[in-house]
Design a protein around this ligand. Structure first.
Ligand code: NAD
Length: 492
């Protein structure tokens, strides 16, 4: 049977289904970017919470903001917002749960006014975001908002029909102010250190230009809590869709698959109230930045290390990469020698255990997390996941060998071929520039480090440049696996 409201009760033997009346829920949250991660994380936590009738004000309206988001919008529309979350347990069993927390869905390109009105609605207390690292429009070189983005320019020229999240938020907040409505919370759930600070800084930069009079109102009426988010959620494959139908009879056009582990650490700064997500496993803390730093520089950076090295060798999934003992040892040393010393005090966290659990999670053979997914948009990820560690180490004259090696491997990767000469499937907003520099790098490796919007001033560190150049040449000469084996043996 097709998954929708009408058929929902038919699935009660095959999956856990919502045990609450979805038709009576109020929409208290607007979420922008209803991709895989939102649906395995925030929508999941919220679904758990909605089982307690005291929380019926916290239904979610999902916004598909980009032109190419038609598929998710149409799927949610046909399925009444329902979808199946398939948790791939470590022993290979599947836990299936139909999630009911998304009660409304809007496709912004079709009806921008409706989206703006929804964000400005009095019932909506929180606007959450998963717009990817690149969605924040942050330029690493200038440390500020990138006004050269043509979509931003169009939002400045046509404020009533915005294309970017910043255009939408500005119009919605302007309405709230004009109508004398209370403010709301804007909460990022993207993998960015200080993601609340980043959201605030980028939004205010845009508003300064678009609607300067709105700035003071935003400063006093909107809160931007930082949050650390975690649950590995690979892109759904056709196989997953078929398997769900075969094993349970549920016809779901876009289920979500994820690992059992989940974590959400949030700063308790919600100006217009919030759901009691702590009742379903989230953690509210005063300062989330140390937790985020730990997660981004170990889990996310670890993913990039496994992805980039694995891609060059010719692997397709992260578990293949982590099963390679040489790569595993390399990652271990990177985490212990280069990352851990930069993390400072983390109260209540057993760092050794955390690192061990990461290797176990990366190695989950049922997750089959795609290396293509992990390596996509590396130009936005590397500056957030790896460069803060490099910069901290350079400041203290500390080790950067592993990070420099990974960046050299990324330079080679960006030329578009793996070590067997097979084409790589690269998806990156800066793809053309990366490739251009990567091709020049074959004769002059440092040209790749000249991409200032990614690397900032990194090419001015002679120590880093020397280590990177040697790594680049060694990889071309010996291949990734031989080089890291030698590095692991301290021979290189
Ligand atoms: P996805 O490809 O399934 O979905 C991406 C969503 O982001 C889409 O809905 C798309 O419309 C939206 N989006 C992309 N660029 C945008 C932009 N410029 N403006 C507005 N919306 C934009 O990806 P996903 O797995 O859901 O991951 C999304 C983000 O979630 C990641 O970039 C990361 O920051 C965070 N995250 C993901 C995972 C994971 O394991 N997948 C884990 C932790 C955090």
């Amino acid at each position: 049977y097709k998954l929708n409201n009408k058929n929902l009760s038919k699935f009660s033997d095959e999956a856990l289904i919502p045990q609450y009346d979805r038709s009576t829920l109020k929409t208290g949250i607007v979420h922008v970017g209803i991709g895989g991660f939102h649906r395995s994380h925030e929508a999941y936590y919220t679904d758990q919470l909605l089982h307690d009738p005291a929380n019926s004000d916290w239904g979610i309206c999902g916004i598909a903001l980009l032109d190419f988001d038609t598929k998710i919008y149409n799927t949610l529309k046909e399925q009444d917002g329902l979808y199946t979350l398939i948790v791939k347990e470590l022993d290979g069993t599947l836990t299936k749960k139909i999630i009911g927390s998304i009660v409304e869905y809007l496709y912004a390109p079709e009806n921008p006014t409706q989206v703006i009105e929804k964000m400005a609605s009095n019932d909506v207390k929180i606007i959450t975001l998963t717009i990817t690292e690149g969605g924040y429009n942050y330029n690493e070189a200038t440390g500020s908002f990138d006004f050269t983005n043509p979509l931003v320019q169009q939002d400045l020229e046509h404020p009533q029909a915005p294309k970017t999240i910043f255009g939408y938020l500005t119009q919605a907040l302007k309405l709230r102010k004009e109508r004398g409505l209370p403010g709301c919370t804007i909460q990022s759930c993207d993998n960015i250190q200080g993601n609340g600070h980043m959201t605030e800084k980028m939004l205010l930069s845009f508003v300064h230009m678009a609607e300067p009079d709105l700035v003071p109102w935003i400063k006093s009426n909107i809160s931007f809590p930082n949050a650390m988010v975690d649950r590995i959620t690979p892109a759904t494959s056709e196989k997953d869709i078929a398997l769900l139908k075969e094993t349970s009879g549920i016809e779901d056009a876009w289920p979500v698959v994820c690992e059992p582990f989940k974590q959400w650490v949030i700063e308790d700064d919600f100006i217009s109230g919030r759901p009691a997500w702590e009742n379903v496993g989230a953690q509210f803390v005063e300062d989330v930045v140390p937790y985020e730093k730990m997660k981004l520089s170990l889990l996310n950076a670890g993913h990039s290390v496994l992805g980039i090295l694995g891609a060059l060798i010719g692997y397709e999934t992260i578990d293949e990469s982590v099963q390679n003992k040489a790569i595993q040892t390399f990652l271990h040393s990177y985490m212990d020698e280069e990352v851990s010393p930069t993390l400072g005090d983390l109260e209540g966290v057993d760092l050794k255990k955390y690192k061990q659990s990461l290797l176990q999670r990366f190695g989950n053979i049922y997750i089959k997390d795609q290396i293509d997914r992990i390596c996509s948009e590396s130009s936005a990820k590397i500056p957030i996941f790896i460069l803060p560690t490099v910069n901290a180490q350079l400041e203290n004259d500390g080790p950067v060998d592993h990070a420099a090696f990974v960046i050299a491997a990324w330079a080679i990767y960006s030329a578009g071929l793996d070590e067997q000469g097979n084409p790589l499937n690269i998806k990156d907003a800066l793809e053309t520039l990366l490739k251009e520099k990567a091709l020049v790098a074959k004769n002059s490796p440092t040209s790749f480090l000249e991409i200032e919007s990614v690397f900032g001033k990194l090419n001015q560190s002679k120590r880093f440049v020397d280590i990177y150049t040697a790594a680049y040449q060694n990889i071309l000469k010996y291949g990734v696996e031989e080089c890291i084996t030698q590095m692991n043996n301290k021979a290189l």
